[in-house]
Design a protein around this ligand. Structure first.
Ligand SMILES: Cc1ncc(COP(=O)(O)O)c(C=O)c1O
Length: 391
């Protein structure tokens, strides 16, 4: 939907009708494409598959992109060099660090690949939990690097003791906290102590702390590992604008680390990978944070309310879900997840894919409250009909 503010801004530019039509078209394009794929009406389609943010980046960010691209878009004919500095400075300012402590990438994915490339190898294993976010393991497999995957504990948390064994002789630990796809968080009182012990256990170890979902954590006492990364060159923190800032399609993320580590990561970092709209968007989002300090807390609250609603839906049905600290949940669906996924798709609802070896658990992203309420109606039909078939 076109917001009133953006509509008025463009109305005053004298092209309201055309602009409104264009905006509505572009905002609905994804919805229509998805609905067409599903063979249903667009207003019926709900996409909760990829831990995205249904709200998008927001007016301030879209205005900034519009104003830099301009109606003729001539800036799009230029390389992004001069936009990288201001975005890097804005990120550095957010954390009170130097720009030498920041590396901007095309999504945090680029940072994850940079680090895996630099610190894992055929001899020095990449260590992580099973399952976890796959990017590092996927890159390691492609390159023929050694890997060690540590199964989760029975309550779907990272197994810290087993991980400590696994890091011996290894090159890099991928520490995804909260962890995707299971949504759980390491107890805040254990996290820093564990990382310090891992660094002591293996003197060559590097640790990549993935904080993609940190803005959605509601467990009291949880804190970023950025201070540890600044003081210890063997720790890197990866962050993204794809989640709470609603910019998954724009592709921008970053690393925060000691300046020597940023220099090392930069050796393998493909330059000019981040587009002008993404850099401008990040800058505008951080400017909004400065003028509206409630933006991130409000987004966290909105997500937590929709998350509580859908967690209750499953738990009321006797289906156990993990303690979600993210913009998705991970829940038992009482049937093979592929069956649940296909039945939901027939209802116009896209949910997460299987995450072996957890075959009856489904990852479901958090949309708006309205989307979650409509999704619950669809999922109730799927679960009821499976129960009837089984009876
Ligand atoms: C834990 C985790 N890290 C990193 C990413 C990649 O994010 P980006 O869009 O910044 O590349 C994701 C994406 O879902 C993720 O779940």
């Amino acid at each position: 939907m076109l917001s009133r503010r953006r509509f008025l801004r463009h109305a005053s530019a004298g092209a309201a009708g055309l602009y409104a039509a264009t905006m509505v078209r572009s905002r609905l394009r994804e919805q229509y494409a998805f609905a067409a794929e599903m063979g249903i009406q667009p207003e019926e389609a709900i996409n909760l598959a990829n831990n995205e943010n249904s709200l998008g980046p927001g007016d301030e960010v879209m205005d900034a992109i519009d104003s830099v691209l301009g109606p003729e878009g001539v800036i799009a004919g230029r390389y992004p060099f001069r936009f990288l500095g201001p975005a890097t400075e804005a990120i550095a300012e957010k954390f009170g660090v130097s720009t030498d402590n920041v590396l901007v990438g095309a999504g945090s994915t680029q940072i994850l690949v940079d680090a895996t490339h630099q610190y894992a190898s055929a001899d020095k294993a990449l260590v992580g939990s099973l399952p976890t976010y796959e990017e590092c393991f996927g890159y390691a497999a492609l390159m023929g690097y050694r890997t060690k995957a540590v199964p989760l504990t029975p309550d779907f948390r990272m197994d810290l003791d087993q991980t400590l064994h696994a890091v011996k002789g290894s090159g890099m630990l991928f520490y995804c906290n909260p962890n995707n796809p299971v949504a759980t968080l390491v107890d805040p009182s254990d996290s820093k102590d564990f990382l310090t012990r891992a660094l002591d256990t293996e003197k060559d170890l590097r640790i990549l702390v993935d904080e993609a979902y940190i803005d959605y954590v509601t467990t009291p006492g949880h804190e970023t590992m950025i201070p540890l990364a600044l003081e210890n060159p063997r720790v890197i923190v990866a962050r993204t604008f794809s989640k709470a800032y609603g910019m998954a399609g724009l592709r921008i993320g970053y690393a925060i680390a000691h300046e020597d580590t940023i220099a090392e990561l930069s050796d393998f970092h493909m330059g000019n990978s981040v587009s002008i709209p993404a850099l401008v968007a990040a800058n505008a989002a951080l400017e909004r944070d400065r003028s509206n300090p409630d933006f991130l807390p409000d987004e966290k609250k909105r997500n937590a309310e929709a998350r509580d609603f859908i967690l209750k839906f499953f738990r009321d049905r006797g289906l156990s879900a993990t303690d979600a600290q993210t913009n998705f949940i991970f829940t038992d669906v009482g049937m093979p997840v592929e069956q649940f996924q296909a039945a939901c798709a027939a209802e116009g609802l896209r949910v997460g894919r299987p995450f072996p070896p957890l075959w009856t658990r489904c990852r479901i992203s958090i949309g708006t409250m309205d989307e979650m309420q409509r999704a619950a109606t669809k999922m109730a039909r799927v679960l009821d009909s499976a129960m009837k078939m089984a009876a």
